[in-house]
Write a protein of this length. Structure first.
Length: 254
């Protein structure tokens, strides 16, 4: 992915990593469209960030994704990058007789069905562009599980394998698949994560991500240094120690 000259749609970018990345990509000379559910929040973002466009979208709703895709393509026919940013992370207790299933279902709908439907809505258009990118967002927890978020871990592992598989299918097209693998980052994704000593400062994370994209335009995975502890535990042969350390150090490690 080139770092500049793109038209980029980022649903789920009204806060946290998504909004910070949208701002930084806009500053790098890209046309950026931010998507989110709340119209008033989108209006605030547009007012505070001249040059960033907004579109209402609920990535848990297939109809909303279809409608938003039509709007984005009508107003920005040069769209060549889609970043599937939207996601939720909620604790679940599967040892409890009730309370976890609703959370698990919501997590799968948002974190897995949402990106699948989003990619499906844009894939034919992206294939018509001379240079296009689908950026998925997995997690360090796709490679080492956090005890309190089993469905989150599972959906991010699925996103990793979806990315790997789509890359194979799209190998002979103009569409590349780039997987962003965040570690714990200081956002409001989980309670207490914004102030966690274990989590990476948001600005530092986004700076490193943009630098990696610029330095490695042909990369298939974007891995900041902080995520490699989780990403490569199995390859290093210390997976069990990684899992133990992860679950001992911080309950909110992304």
């Amino acid at each position: 992915m080139n770092i500049t000259g793109n038209t980029i749609f980022i649903p789920g970018a009204t806060s946290g990593i998504g909004l910070a990345l949208a701002r930084r990509l806009s500053e790098r000379g890209n046309t950026v469209i931010v998507g989110g559910r709340r119209v008033e929040l989108l209006d605030e973002i547009a007012a505070a960030n001249p040059g960033i466009d907004t579109v209402q979208i609920d990535t848990t709703d297939a109809g909303s994704i279809h409608s938003a895709a039509q709007t984005v393509l009508a107003t920005h026919p040069s769209l060549n990058v889609v970043i599937a940013m939207a996601g939720i992370m909620r604790p679940e207790d599967w040892t409890s007789p009730a309370g976890f299933l609703e959370t698990a279902e919501a997590t799968v709908t948002t974190n897995l069905l949402g990106p699948i439907r989003l990619i499906a809505a844009f894939i034919e258009h992206l294939r018509t562009m001379p240079d296009a990118t689908i950026m998925t967002v997995s997690s360090g927890l796709a490679f080492a599980p956090l005890r309190v978020t089993p469905s989150y871990n599972a959906t991010k592992a699925a996103i990793h394998m979806l990315s790997e598989s789509l890359r194979l299918q799209l190998a002979d097209t103009s569409v590349s698949v780039l997987e962003l693998e965040p570690p714990a980052v200081r956002t409001s994704l989980m309670p207490g994560q914004e102030t966690s000593d274990f989590a990476m400062p948001l600005d530092e994370f986004v700076t490193e991500v943009v630098e990696l994209i610029e330095a490695q335009p042909d990369a298939t995975e974007i891995q900041v240094e902080n995520v490699k502890f989780l990403r490569y535990g199995e390859a290093r042969g210390d997976y069990a120690q990684v899992v133990e350390t992860l679950n001992r150090r911080d309950p909110h490690a992304r």
